[in-house]
Design a binder for this molecule. Sequence first.
Ligand code: R5P
Length: 306
Amino acid sequence: MVELIIAYGSSGEHLARAVAKITGFGLTETETRRFPDGELYLRVEGDASGEDVAIIQSLDMRPDRLLMEYCLVADAVRGIGCRTVTAVVPYLAYARQDARFKPGEPISIKLVATLIESAGTDRLISVDAHLHRLKGLDQLFSIPTLNLTAMPLLAKYYAENYRARDIVVVGPDSESEQWAKSVADVLSVEYVILKKERLGDRDVRVSGSVPVKGKRVVVVDDIISTGGTLAEAIRGLRSRGAKRVDVLVTHALLTEGALPRLRKAGMSHLISTDSVPRSSSKVSLAPLIASALKEAKDPLARGNTA
Ligand code: R5P
């Protein structure tokens, strides 16, 4: 087993502590404060001479600030002599901006990948990264990458706590098929995929016909931001007679009153992971990340694909 030191940025501290506890790996603390002009001061404790370090940091809600923080932690652990740096970025921001939709736009996720790599990262691990037009994270990064999925854990939690008959799993758009399938497999039920048309940052139209009369529906997605996508899907399902609609999601950003919007649309329960800590975070990613770190090969080994 590879021994590691776990470091963190401010959005990864809860997972860093939990992963260190599960694995027995050492934990190095990070101290941060703001200079009066808004610049970030950061310092990691201890000595990492010759050690392999995993930095846990999600890029949720304040992605630009948290990305800068990640880069500073990576530089700091390099400065105390570490041998390799693994970025554990459960929520990888900017992944939905993976193309120039209009002339003059950046390919934001490509730049984010470049910044993470150039901060001195040797490997990246993410969870349910939003890969729509891309086949894999290796199309963005030149370092080894691993895209874990929380869907089996979410489905298992649902099966253990909300088990009921007559379930149908629904994905709100084509990208969600991989996640809907994964949940449906664990629950041993059918899944259906709806069609989504994005009308703006906050507006979507979701269409598609699902035979849900009298059924319990489990809607599955990777991200809830404004809740617009899922609220549209839930309204449609309820109007077609779904008895109850629960939601499983990996990254519950829940911006701009998303939770009341989803409740108003007819959602019963929301279950998410702790990639972003929320009241809905019933499933921790710590065991998943801990196993990935324990099993991962040396990121510097020749031909390693993590
Ligand atoms: C995009 O396709 C994602 O999978 C989510 O469906 C989307 O990001 C959710 O955003 P919102 O909650 O704002 O509709």
